[in-house]
Write a protein that binds this ligand. Structure first.
Ligand code: ATP
Ligand code: MG
Length: 289
């Protein structure tokens, strides 16, 4: 009989360096985390501290240079890309800019159906029914499935991205600044949606954010990163009540200005370019300036 592992995800000593020689950047420099099923690990740290790179490494969206990733009892870091591929559907990601995450030429119904089509799940009728269920689950009227992304607000677009991420019934989702681009009131709605879905579906999250308040609200544990290294890693309450490092105290003391969707739209060309380069999630600085 197979026993369930204590942790859904266990990453050990993950490392990733970009560039060579003098220009080498140790983006992730020995990060280890353990996340139980149904729990959320929040990741905080200044811009460039390696949060997104870490998130991408554990999903194998980029290949780490070193480290071990156990997912649901299986060592997914030891697999070749083709051996890993069947695991991909269990590991999804939600990005910062909801509009550039969606293909403007696809209706939102098509966008949510697309991963299922690619994976050969069900026939057209089955998938259509599932699209309606998913849209309903995230609070979008299924009757609007034929509408296009630009016809929705930023918050609604992020709901659609969440429906798309859920379409393959994943176990683990990396949310990389998933609410940072939204207006504050909308941020709260999306955070609550993510928490409801977590309860309902038993989802496990890695939640990357600049927003301390959001992380304090939803995370069970928190990892603080600086220059790719772990500064603190502890239960959320401990981090916020009794931050051990100066760096964490400074993070907690600083209240970063969050860009709104309108500000991001102004920078949309830049945003799209960054996402295309695989650097999603670091728009805060640019948009805030
Ligand atoms: N594809 C890449 N090529 C080269 N360097 C990269 C690449 N991706 C990230 N980096 C560098 O790695 C470091 C960590 O970047 P990363 O995007 O992971 O930080 P972050 O904590 O997510 O920052 P932010 O809060 O701004 O999103 C930075 O110095 C960044 O410039
Ligand atoms: Mg980032």
């Amino acid at each position: 009989m197979e026993t369930k592992p204590e942790f859904l995800l266990e990453a050990t000593d993950i490392r990733k360096t970009f560039g060579k020689g003098d220009r080498a950047v140790k983006a992730v420099d020995g990060i280890s985390v353990k996340i139980k099923k149904g729990k959320t690990l929040g990741v905080l740290g200044e811009s460039g501290s390696g949060k997104s790179t870490f998130g991408r490494c554990i999903l194998r969206l980029i290949e780490p240079d070193a480290g071990k990733i156990m997912f649901d009892g299986k060592d997914i870091s030891a697999l070749s890309q083709s051996e890993f591929r069947p695991n991909r559907r269990n590991l999804q990601m939600i990005f910062q800019n909801p509009f550039s995450s969606l293909n403007p030429k696809m209706s939102v119904g098509e966008a949510v159906e697309d991963p299922m089509r690619i994976w050969g799940i069900g026939d057209k009728a089955v998938r259509k029914k599932r699209v309606s269920e998913l849209l309903d689950m995230v609070g979008i009227n299924p009757r609007r499935a034929a509408a296009y992304p630009y016809e929705f607000s930023g918050g609604q677009q992020q709901r659609i991205n969440i429906a798309r991420a859920l379409s393959l019934d994943p176990k683990f989702i990396v949310c990389d600044e998933a609410v940072s681009a939204l207006d504050v009131s909308i941020q709260a709605q999306i955070v609550n949606l993510l928490m409801d879905l977590q309860k309902q579906l038993g989802l496990t999250y890695l939640f990357i954010s600049h927003n301390l308040g959001v992380v304090e609200y939803l995370a069970d544990d928190v990892l603080i990163m600086q220059h790719g290294k772990p500064v603190e890693y502890a239960p959320t309450e401990e981090i916020f009540k009794n931050p051990r490092s100066e760096y964490t105290r400074n993070l907690i003391a600083s209240v970063p200005a969050m860009p709104t969707v309108a500000q991001l739209d102004e920078k949309s060309a830049k945003a799209a370019e960054k996402l295309a380069r695989g650097k999603g999630g670091s728009l805060t600085g640019a948009a805030a300036r």
